[in-house]
Unconditional design. Structure first.
Length: 418
C-alpha cells in the first residue's frame, strides 16, 4: 500500500512519503512548512479552527493538505470518518467529491482533443445529435397573465467549448425558479436510475435556458461532456476515466462506486448542530447506472493530490504525461471573457474556475490560480505563481459548506510568508 495512505501522524507521514516519492513520484514532504515559505503557526491556527468546527458539530471530520514548491508542507487529519459508527477520520478515507469530478472529465475530453478525435470548436451535435435539436426557452407572459415558454432557435450551435466552460445554455434545475429550471426538476434530470445515454436523451427533450455562448451558467454541461466522452471513446465513462486518468496516475481509490472491501473507509456526513442531518445525495455503493461527469465520483486525498500534482506539473506526473503543456495553459486560461454570470474577478476555463484579478473576488489569491469545489464542501486550487496546491476534504451540507471552504482558502493564503 502506498506510503501516504498509511500515514497516521505527521512524523509517520514524513518518513513513508519520502520513501514513496523515491519509488513512484509522490510529492515528498518538507521537513517543516517554513522550508517552502509557509507559516507553521498559521497552519496550526487553521487546524485549531477546524477542530473547533468539529467540536461544535459543523464538520464531522476533515483531511487537509497544502503543498508548495513541489513538496507537501502540511497534512492534517481530524475528527470522524463516520460519526454514527464512531470511526476516526483517516488519510485514506473516501469522499464524495461531487463537482470536483468536473476537472477530471474535462482532462479526459482534452486528451481526446490532443488525439485528434474532436476539437473544442466542434458542435456537440456532431457526437450527440439529439442535443442539436434543443430550443431556447424564452419566458413570456401569456394572455392569462401567467408565464409561458416560447421556444426559439439558438443563435448558434452548442460547442464542446461551451460544455467545458459552462456557456452551453444548460442549467441545474435547483439553481433557479424559471420555467426552464422547473422543467429540469420535473423531469428528474440526473436521476441515478438513468444511464448517461438515457440522461442525454431526456435532457434533449427540454429547453435551453439561453442561447449557447450568451452567458455563463453552472449546470449539467459536464454531465453531457461525460456522455460525449463515452461516445468518442466507445466506453462507459468510468472505464474511460480509469484508462485515461486513474490508472496512469495511480489513483487506485477513485470511481463512481466504492467497492465492498473499501466501504469501511467511506466518509459520511453527520448531524448538524440542532440535529438536522447532513444528507448525502447518493449512497457510494448503490449500483447506480448514472455515472455523473458533473458530480458522481468518489476519491481520496491521496488520489486527488496525484491529480492536482499532475496539473500543477504541466500535465505530467511520475513520468506519465496526460496532457501537453500548451493544452494545460489553454485549459487554465479564462474562456468566459466579458460574458455575464461570473462573479467579479473570477473567470472560467476548460473545467476550472480561473482568477482574473487579484481583487474584486472577496477572497485572497493570485491572478492565474485555478480550481473548483464540490457540493459536500470539498475544495482544491492550484496557484502557479505561488507554486501552491491546497486540498480540503470534508462531507458537509448547506448552509455550511461555502463558509467553511472560504475560511480554509483564506487561512491557507494567509500562511504564505515567503
Amino acid at each position: 500500500m502506498n506510503g501516504l495512505r498509511l500515514a497516521l501522524s505527521a512524523l509517520a507521514l514524513l518518513s513513508v512519503a519520502t520513501a514513496a516519492h523515491a519509488e513512484n513520484g509522490v510529492l515528498p514532504m518538507a521537513s517543516k512548512p517554513e522550508d517552502v515559505g509557509l507559516s507553521s503557526a498559521q497552519l496550526k491556527r487553521l487546524e485549531q479552527v477546524t477542530q473547533k468546527h468539529i467540536d461544535e458539530g459543523l464538520v464531522p471530520g476533515a483531511v487537509m493538505v497544502v503543498a508548495r514548491r513541489g513538496k507537501i508542507a502540511w497534512v492534517s487529519t481530524l475528527g470522524k470518518r463516520d460519526v454514527a459508527a464512531g470511526d476516526a477520520m483517516k488519510f485514506d478515507s473516501i469522499f464524495r467529491i461531487y463537482s470536483m469530478t468536473k476537472p477530471i472529465v474535462s482532462v479526459a475530453a482534452m486528451q481526446m482533443v490532443e488525439e485528434g478525435k474532436l476539437q473544442v470548436s466542434d458542435p456537440v451535435s456532431k457526437f450527440l445529435p439529439e442535443i442539436g435539436k434543443m430550443k431556447v426557452g424564452v419566458e413570456k407572459i401569456g394572455a392569462d397573465g401567467r408565464p409561458l415558454l416560447q421556444l426559439t432557435d439558438p443563435d448558434r450551435p452548442m460547442t464542446v467549448q461551451d460544455l467545458l466552460r459552462h456557456t452551453s445554455g444548460l442549467t441545474y434545475g435547483s439553481r433557479g425558479t424559471t420555467l426552464v429550471n422547473q422543467a429540469y426538476v420535473a423531469a428528474k434530470i440526473g436521476d441515478r436510475s438513468m444511464s448517461n445515454e438515457e440522461f442525454v436523451a431526456k435532457l434533449s427533450t427540454l429547453s435551453l435556458k439561453f442561447s449557447p455562448g450568451a452567458r455563463w451558467e453552472y449546470g449539467v454541461s459536464t454531465d453531457v461532456l461525460g456522455r460525449l466522452v463515452e461516445v468518442v471513446d466507445g466506453k462507459k465513462l468510468g472505464e474511460a476515466l480509469g484508462a485515461r486518468v486513474f490508472q496512469p496516475l495511480g489513483m487506485v481509490d477513485s470511481g463512481f462506486q466504492v467497492a465492498a472491501d473499501k466501504l469501511s473507509r467511506a466518509a459520511q456526513p453527520g448531524p448538524r448542530p440542532g440535529g438536522q442531518p447532513m444528507t448525502p445525495r447518493f449512497a457510494v455503493n448503490d449500483g447506480a447506472k448514472y455515472e455523473s461527469g458533473g458530480g458522481g465520483l468518489t476519491s481520496t486525498m491521496e488520489d486527488y493530490l496525484r491529480f492536482t500534482a499532475m496539473l500543477a506539473n504541466g500535465g505530467a506526473l511520475s513520468g506519465k504525461r496526460l496532457l501537453g503543456k500548451q493544452t494545460m495553459a489553454f485549459m487554465t486560461a479564462d474562456h468566459t471573457g466579458n460574458r455575464p454570470g461570473r462573479p467579479p474577478g473570477l473567470g472560467f476555463g476548460l473545467g476550472f474556475e480561473v482568477r482574473t484579478t487579484t481583487g474584486e473576488a472577496a477572497l485572497p489569491g493570485s491572478v492565474g490560480e485555478y480550481g473548483w469545489a464540490g457540493n459536500a464542501g470539498t475544495l482544491f486550487w492550484i496557484d502557479p505563481k505561488e507554486q501552491l496546491i491546497a486540498i480540503y476534504m470534508v462531507q458537509v451540507s448547506d448552509p455550511d459548506r461555502i463558509a467553511l471552504r472560504n475560511q480554509f482558502r483564506t487561512m491557507v493564503q494567509s500562511a504564505i510568508i515567503d
